[in-house]
Ligand binder design. Sequence first.
Ligand code: SAH
Ligand code: SF4
Ligand code: F3S
Length: 469
Amino acid sequence: MKESDILATKDQLRFIEESSELLKKNEERSGKKLTASVITFGCQMNARDSEKLAGILVSAGFELLEDTEDADFVLYNTCTVRDNANQKLYGHLGEALFRKKKNPEMMVAVCGCLPQEPSAFEKLKKSYSFVDLIFGTHNLYAFPEYLNRLLSGERHIYEITDHSDSIVEDLPVLRKYPFKSGVNIMFGCNNFCTYCIVPHVRGRERSRESADILDEIRRLAGSGVREVMLLGQNVNSYGNGIEGEISFPELLKRVCDIDGIERVRFMTSHPKDLSEELIQTIKADTKICRHLHLPLQSGSTRVLKEMNRRYTKEQYMDLALHIKDEIPDIALTTDIMVGFPGETPADVDDTIDVINTVKYDNAFTFIYSKRMGTPAAVREDQVPPDLVKESFDRVLKCVQDTAREQSLRWQGQTLPALVEDVNESLEGYVTGRLSNNMIVHFPGPASLIGDIVPVKLEECRGFYYMGSR
Ligand code: SAH
Ligand code: SF4
Ligand code: F3S
C-alpha cells in the first residue's frame, strides 16, 4: 500500500470513531436506536461495495435493516449499465421521498455508478434535492467522513470525483455470508466496448497489489470463509501496469494455497485476454470452481468489431470449445446483447449459431440500452424496437433450450455443494451451490449452512436441481 493510502485509511477509521459518538448523541436526542439500510443495484462489484458501506454503518453504531421501510438512513448503491437500472432507482427514490415526508429526520444517500454520470448527477441534485448525500465510486472509501458530516447536521453533501489514484484498504466490512466472500482484485476497466458506460463511471483499470489481496484472503479464511470470488471487470488483465506483479493464473494458484480456502471463483473474464496458462491452471486445481463466465455479447464478427470486443466469432468459438475439451465438467455461462446499432437478423443468426455450437449452461440476455457518452449511443442506425424484440425472443428461446439440455448433464451425479441458506419455500430443505454454480435444494438442517457436503442430484428442474444426501 502507498504511504498516502495508509494515511487515508487512518483518517477514515478516525471518522468512524467520531461518527459513533455523534450517533449516540443523535440517538439520545431522538430517544431511539437509529437504523440504516443499504439497497444494492448492479453487479458483484457493487454488492461488495455495499458490504463495505454496511461495515462502516455498523461500526459507527447503526442497526442494519434488510428493508428500507423503517430505516432512519437509507443508502442506494446504484448501477447505470442499462437504463432500466436507472429507472428502478428513480422509483425507489419516489418511495423514499414519501417516507421522508412522514419522518423528516430520515437521511437518504445515493452512491455508486449512477452519480458518476454527469447528467444523472445534475438530475439528482436538481430534481431529488431531498437526497442528503451523493457520492461516487471513486470516493467510496471516504464514506466515514461523509457520514460524520451528515450526523453533524450537514445536508446536500455532493462529493463526486472523476479519478481515483488510491486504493484504500482495511476499512470495516460486513459480509452478507460468513462462509463466502467477494474480493476485489482490480477496479475499473480499460476496454471501452463502444456500448458500455462502465469505464466512464468506474475509471481506468487499477489492480490491487497481490500481497494485499492474499493478506485479505488469509484473514477471510481465518474468520471462516471457505469460498472466495475474485472480482474485476476483466480479471485476465490482472497486474497490468504494476511492475513485477504476478499474473492472474499465478494469483489463482496462490489463493488456492491458502489454508481454509476450499473454493475459488472469479468474474469476469474477457475472451480476448484468456490465456492457455489460465485454462491449464483451472484444469490442474479442483479448488478452482468448474464455472467460467465468458461474455460473448454478439456472434457476428462485424458487430463484435463495432463493439470493440477485439475477437471474432471464430476466435470465440475456438476458445470456448477448447476450454470444454480441456475441462469437460466446466459450466460455461455468458452475456449476450441484442439490438446493438446496425444489428441485422443475419447478425442475430450468427449469435444463435454460437449459442448452438458452444451450448451454454446459462446465459444472461440483455437488450441494448443507449448510454450517454458512449460511441454507440450517437449512431444513427439504432435498431427499431420491434425488430429488437423479435431478435431478443429468438435468442432467448435458443439460450433456454440449450441451457435446459446442458443442465440435465449432471443428473444422477453426486457432487459437493456449499450450503448457503435454508430454503424459504420448502420446509426442512436447504439450498446449496455446486462448483459449477448450479443450485441444488435438498432436505437438511440449517446447521449445515457453511458446510460443503456431497449431494445426489436427483431431478433437474430447468436450471436447478432437487437432490438428496
Ligand atoms: N466486464 C464485463 C461486463 C460488465 S457489464 C465484460 O466485459 O464481460 C455486464 C453486462 O452488461 C455485459 O456483459 C453486457 O452484456 C451488458 N451491458 C453492458 N452495457 C450494456 C448496454 N449499454 N446495454 C445493454 N447491455 C449492456
Ligand atoms: Fe464494459 Fe467492455 Fe469493460 Fe466489460 S470489458 S466493463 S463490457 S467496457
Ligand atoms: Fe452497474 Fe456499475 Fe456494476 S454500472 S454493472 S454497478 S460497475
